[in-house]
Ligand binder design. Structure first.
Ligand code: SAH
Ligand code: SF4
Length: 430
């Protein structure tokens, strides 16, 4: 079988239907069978301490549990031998130790990348990915985990497998951090550890901002997961209020903005949220984040052959970002079946990078590792969805070609409005 991570292997995905969301549902439990116990890892340290004190247990028990929860390898309360049996039974009655317990893992990229498909208790599926970067020179080995923040996504970027699946629901704090705990346990078995976490899996993190911030706080809390805030990246397609919220809090997280086009007409098609929050405003807000935190903002730019990779696109992107505390990451598009689009070739990407570098913008080209995005962006979940008919895929491709052609001609705003997928329209009008 061809590797899932092979960017040249298009994944067939279900076409968008407004009423009937296409997210795969695996043996969804019927009402009454769902496990309604909250995930323990979603609780704050204070809440855990209160739980113990209400039971008259000494406070060091809370500490023992936190250690087990965040650094231990136990996969059931029964294995937490440092806690008395009565406490373990009480915890088990009230909480789930793991909200992503039902997980299948597939290796790729010669073992350097592993992709997990987590089945949630309501039968919805989400993905997370481990990318290992071996030590090089003075640089220590890194293990980056790419995690999902929502099941599906309402933004509907047409080149993204998750966008094509549509939106199902927000993840809870526990469902987000449990993806990291899953990989942490797996790496620990090998004497390794998680060094970076990126919110670049399924979903738009800043449309689930409250929960994503709670999850990031848990991951960066020295009492809990203890990852340095600078090792956490939150990627957004440009949810302006969310970026402003981050600026007000000014954490040390890396902010990544998915730009993909500087031209309004084209960005309206590639990132439909642009109709609500245009690129210029998003970049201004991201710059305020850079000012508030002193942290360089990463701009992601998916390179799509003949769509957004022209010299003019490069010049407009350079003009938009010039002089800002920015790093531009050019990413060859990972092909997905519902689009006719292909990644730009290496020459185009280098020429584009050259224009940006010429105005002093720090620019890198991301080796397409299957994830660093695309693979984490719903392609595995999409594979499990029912296969669309070839006719449906062909029709979807035709629509995209028409829309992108209109955008490339800088079609009037009214024509562009048709480029907004159903679920996105709801987000835009929120
Ligand atoms: N919703 C957020 C975070 C998840 S997507 C966002 O859009 O930023 C993470 C990154 O993967 C984004 O930059 C997104 O544009 C990119 N991506 C999605 N599908 C892709 C594909 N087929 N090829 C390359 N990059 C893709
Ligand atoms: Fe959603 Fe990000 Fe995919 Fe766009 S690229 S559809 S915002 S997950």
């Amino acid at each position: 079988m061809t590797s899932l991570m092979d960017p040249r292997t298009p994944t067939i995905v279900q076409p968008r239907r407004s009423q009937d969301r296409a997210l795969p549902l695996i043996d969804a439990p019927v009402a009454g069978q769902r496990d309604l116990r909250p995930g323990l890892s979603g609780l704050s340290s204070d809440a855990l301490r209160d739980w113990f004190s209400q039971r008259g247990e000494p406070s060091y028990r809370a500490r023992q549990l936190v250690d087990q929860l965040w650094s231990g390898r136990a996969v059931s309360f029964a294995e937490m031998r440092t806690l008395p049996a009565g406490v373990r039974a009480a915890l088990d009655a009230e909480f789930r130790l793991d909200t992503v317990a039902d997980t299948a893992v597939r290796p790729a990229d010669e073992g350097l990348t592993e992709k997990a498909l987590h089945i949630l208790d309501d039968g919805r599926t989400i993905e997370s990915v481990l990318m290992r970067y071996p030590a090089r020179g003075l640089r220590r080995e890194r293990a980056t985990i790419c995690i999902s923040s929502q099941a599906g996504c309402a933004v509907g970027c047409p080149f993204c497998a998750t966008g094509e699946l549509g939106f199902w629901r927000d993840l809870s704090t526990a469902e987000i951090v449990d993806q990291v705990r899953f990989w942490s346990r797996r790496l620990a078995a090998d004497g390794r550890r998680v060094t970076n976490v990126v919110f670049m899996g399924m979903g738009e993190p800043l449309l689930n901002a409250e929960t994503v911030l709670e999850a990031a706080a848990a991951l960066s809390d020295p009492q809990r997961f203890g990852l340095g805030a600078r090792h956490i990246t939150i990627s957004t397609s440009g949810v302006l209020p969310g970026i402003e919220r981050l600026s007000a809090l000014a954490p040390q997280y890396t902010l990544a903005v998915s730009l993909h086009a500087a031209r309004a007409g084209l960005r309206d098609v590639l990132v439909p949220l642009n109709r609500r929050w245009p690129a210029e405003e998003v970049v201004e807000a991201a710059t305020r984040y850079a000012d508030a935190t002193g942290r360089r903002v990463t701009y992601e730019y998916v390179m799509i052959a003949g769509i957004n990779d022209t010299p003019d696109d490069a010049a407009q992107t350079a003009a938009l970002l010039r002089g800002r505390l920015a790093h531009v990451n050019l990413i060859p598009m990972n092909p997905v079946a519902h689009t006719p689009w292909q990644p730009s070739d290496a020459g185009r990407i280098e020429a584009f990078a050259g224009v940006l570098r010429a105005v002093g913008l720090h620019t890198t080209v991301r080796r397409n590792r299957g994830i660093e995005i695309g693979a984490a962006c719903g392609q595995l979940a999409a594979e499990l969805a029912a296969q669309p008919t070839p006719a449906a895929v062909a029709r979807r491709r035709e629509i995209l070609v028409e829309r992108s052609a209109a955008a490339l001609r800088d079609a009037p705003a009214q024509a562009r409005a048709t480029a907004v997928p159903d679920a996105t329209a709801a987000v835009i009008s929120r």
